[in-house]
Design a binder for this molecule. Structure first.
Ligand SMILES: [Zn+2]
Length: 233
């Protein structure tokens, strides 16, 4: 009943590594009509891999941008989803000391780059982003980010970042603190608009092996058009 037919949102789900088995899911594309809101939901990719050094190639997730374009049936004029400004408020409520600390470290790490600012707020209400933990050992994802955007403008509306205790807090999966922080940095990367890359990057889809790299800082700067001369890449 709301006159919001114009409002289309795209939801990204980023599933970051954690599966023992390569996990392929073709149901990631479903279209729903909800109160006049056309919502396109897609799995941008599934990471997988990695527990016992058993790298199963993540080649299928090397072109998330292309998938994105396909899924929205060419209706996107916006190449790059982003916030209007290089900043977003985020409410972090992990109910888990390890993950809370990791998420806050990741926020500080991105803020320290100077290319984007996450402002932690103390209420979910009105926050651009919400970060919580889940505990799901069936989705193979150590982290997951859902972003909604206006397709017409390519601007994010809001987002939800999850860290999965089922993997990150389970010693069996070998996530030391650094990799948990890397996972949080990766998910925050999606929350700024970054896509996956197989280069050396925090945005590698599998493994959580890298923290924020110079190329990642450059990628955020490229999206938000910050002063490009202030840093090398
Ligand atoms: Zn990802």
């Amino acid at each position: 009943m709301k006159h919001q037919n114009w409002l289309e949102t795209l939801v990204y789900l980023c599933l970051l590594c954690a599966g023992i088995f390569f996990y392929q899911n073709n149901e990631g594309f479903a279209q729903t009509v909800d109160n006049g809101i056309n919502q396109v939901r897609t799995l941008v990719d599934q990471g997988e891999n990695k527990l016992n050094g058993n790298h199963k190639a993540a080649s299928s997730s090397s072109a998330p941008a292309n998938q994105k374009q396909q899924v929205i049936n060419g209706s996107s004029k916006s190449g790059q989803a982003r916030w209007d400004k290089p900043s977003a408020t985020i409410y972090v409520n992990m109910h888990d000391d390890n993950l809370q600390q990791a998420m806050e470290e990741a926020i500080h790490a991105w803020n320290a780059t100077g290319v984007f600012h996450f402002e932690q707020v103390h209420s979910a209400k009105g926050a651009n982003l919400i970060a919580t933990a889940d505990n799901n050992n069936s989705n193979r994802a150590a982290g997951l980010t859902e972003m909604s955007q206006y397709v017409s403008t390519g601007r994010f509306i809001n987002g939800h970042v999850y860290l999965n205790r089922a993997y990150l807090d389970n010693p069996m999966y070998g996530y030391d603190h650094t990799r948990v922080v890397n996972t949080a940095e990766h998910e925050l990367g999606h929350a700024m608009g970054l896509s996956h890359t197989n280069e050396i990057s925090v945005m590698q889809p599998a493994g959580s092996m890298y923290s924020i790299q110079p190329r990642d800082v450059g990628a955020v700067r490229a999206i938000y058009g910050e002063n490009k001369s202030s840093n090398h890449q």
